[in-house]
Design a protein around this ligand. Structure first.
Ligand SMILES: [Zn+2]
Length: 336
């Protein structure tokens, strides 16, 4: 059974699942403000200024905020129209987790929503995380999973996305250890946000596995920004899930900090599938920006079921294999 915002559901009822999204999120505190910003940085995001975020998603601060029940309902109804059934919402308290809003949105749209627990990366941490013990951080996650978040009675169905920075900080290691303890106890899947340009997946897997988490309950997120086939294959050989979760994000911050394009992601996916790794890959859009919502001119949560799916099948990935990564694989990861 798997916890959703409307209660437990069976593994078979997950159906088409995007394993890592954000319905609401507030990442504004994680955006660097240098004082050199253009005037447009402080303006509300609008379809008419979305060109500003073509290369840098944070060229407009407001792009880092997803909120509003009516807009979210529209976006998830669109996901359902594209054939989607379940969204894993990896937003944590420090970046705007909102269980009651998610319950309302799930009721209105019929889309299952699964919530996470734990703490994001260092920059986002609440100040109490620094002084908290591993055991108290584990207790927080236990409560979210087995009792409910705050006094809502709504239970988390996944751990994470636990955040790690380019250099994994002591506080992040503490949170990871706590996630490992609760992950081993509960057999819940553990999502870990890894820095986009480093290879911290090994360290993350070491910490979680040391606490007893099974490899197939660990998902190393964001491996598809800078495509490193050797890194990804080494992770896969350990038995963990890797997640191609940036479909729709093709930003070009600089030559060394560019995001891979969707077509490049598909070509690497095809290579991984041909080498027998199709059971260990999850696919999503990790929507965390206004520019990705259809309301603001983006492709929406259905992107992986429309344009990306088309690109995959055009490039020789069997439809059945592609859909397996959106049905069977997330169910295996999420089932406790
Ligand atoms: Zn995320």
């Amino acid at each position: 059974m798997i916890n959703t915002v409307l209660g437990e559901i069976k593994k078979d009822d997950l159906k088409v699942t995007s394993a890592h999204e954000h319905v609401f999120i507030d990442m504004r505190k994680c955006v660097d403000i240098t004082g050199e910003e253009k005037e447009s940085f402080f303006k509300p995001f609008d379809v008419r200024n979305r060109n500003e975020v073509f290369s840098d998603p944070y060229a407009i601060l407001d792009n880092a905020l997803l909120s509003g029940i009516d807009d979210a309902v529209y976006e998830l109804e669109d996901f359902a129209l594209a054939g989607g059934n379940t969204i894993v919402d990896c937003t944590l308290d420090e970046i705007g987790r909102d269980p009651l809003a998610m319950r309302e949105i799930s009721k209105k749209t019929g889309v299952n929503i699964i919530l996470g627990c734990g703490h994001y990366y260092h920059k986002a941490h609440f100040s109490y995380v620094k002084k908290a013990s591993v055991e108290s951080l584990a207790d927080e996650m236990r409560k979210d999973i087995f009792v409910g978040i705050c006094d809502t009675g709504i239970k988390s169905g996944v751990i994470g996305e636990i955040g790690t920075s380019a250099t994994v900080t002591d506080d992040e290691k503490k949170v990871l250890k706590a996630a490992g303890i609760v992950g081993a106890e509960s057999n819940f899947g553990v999502h870990v946000h890894t820095d986009l340009y480093t290879e911290n997946g090994f360290l993350v897997a070491d910490i979680l596995q040391n606490e007893g988490v099974r490899a197939n309950k660990i998902c190393i997120d964001h491996v598809d920004v800078l495509l490193r086939p050797d890194y990804i294959k080494k992770l896969l050989k350990r038995g963990v899930f890797v997640e191609f979760d940036n479909f729709g994000k093709e930003f070009y911050l600089s030559e060394s900090r560019r995001f891979a394009y969707d077509l490049e992601r598909i070509k690497l996916l095809k290579e991984l599938i041909s080498e027998g790794y199709e059971n260990q890959i999850l696919i999503s859009n990790d929507i965390c920006l206004k520019s990705m919502w259809k309301t603001f001119g983006g492709n929406g949560y259905g992107h992986i079921l429309r344009g990306v799916k088309f690109m995959a099948t055009e490039n020789g990935i069997e439809e059945q294999t592609y859909m397996k990564m959106l049905t069977v694989n997330p169910a295996e990861f999420l089932e406790s």
